[in-house]
Ligand binder design. Structure first.
Ligand SMILES: C[S@@+](CC[C@H](N)C(=O)[O-])C[C@H]1O[C@@H](n2cnc3c(N)ncnc32)[C@H](O)[C@@H]1O
Length: 217
């Protein structure tokens, strides 16, 4: 197993944010939204957070497919939020600049939290897991999807070539770095146990992604 090589936490370089924002992640994002909506056990008007929302495509999709829910997209990178704000809007859709590890919400005030591709950015995700535990209501639902670290660097490059072969060199390099910065399923499991989230399910869903989800007791 290769060692983890953490990448920078925020994507706050304007050029990097722009390259990410104009990349077409529609298929991947649609799959995320389908999986989330299928698993979400809650009904009614919900208060939801998207942590590390980036340019907000998933936030917007969940907001538009979920009727009257109030959805807040949170990111620590201003250039990303500027793209979100410029491109996407709606009633009950709000963007907030904040560190996902220090959320500006009261204890047990949030019905549901979702997040795509944030965990691998964090040097240590335990403060994030604890913050999720703090703000989510009892009976609330969380759903996070992220990369997991391949066994070898060769495997990481194979994944880059298979799924981003036609992307720009910048995005390919970033994808490779993200794979090496990701955690293994076992590492995530240890973090969840340490942070009181051991009842969440972790499962492999592709050759490079894991889902972490469940209802908070
Ligand atoms: C790979 S992007 C994913 C964006 C979006 N979730 C998506 O799927 O398109 C990761 C995002 O997480 C943000 N991020 C990283 N660390 C963060 C933190 N501690 N607090 C808030 N946002 C963070 C980055 O700035 C970046 O916009």
């Amino acid at each position: 197993m290769i060692e983890r090589k953490p990448e920078p936490e925020l994507m706050d370089d304007p050029l990097e944010a722009e390259a990410y924002s104009i990349t077409d992640f529609a298929d991947v994002n649609k799959k995320f939204v389908e999986a989330f909506c299928e698993l979400l056990p809650l009904k009614g008007d919900l208060f939801m957070l998207d942590l590390g929302c980036g340019p907000g495509d998933i936030t917007y999709r969940i907001h538009t497919c979920c009727g009257n829910h109030k959805v807040i997209g949170i990111d620590g990178a201003l250039p990303m939020l500027r793209f979100a704000q410029k491109q996407r809007g709606g009633r009950n859709l709000i963007w907030i600049l904040s560190d996902a590890k220090w959320l500006p919400f009261r204890d047990k005030s949030v019905d549901s939290i979702f997040s795509n591709s944030l965990v691998h950015h964090l040097l240590d995700p335990k403060p994030l897991w604890r913050e999720i535990r703090r703000v989510i209501k009892s009976g609330g639902f969380v759903f996070l999807r992220d990369l997991f670290r391949p066994d070898t660097e060769k495997k990481a490059w194979q994944i880059v070539e298979s799924y981003a072969g036609n992307a720009s060199d910048l995005l390919k390099q970033e994808y490779y770095r993200s794979l090496l910065s990701a955690f293994t399923l076992e590492e995530i499991q240890e973090q969840l146990i340490e942070c009181g989230l051991q009842n969440l399910t972790i499962r492999y869903i592709t050759d490079r992604h894991v889902d972490i989800f469940g209802t908070i007791l």
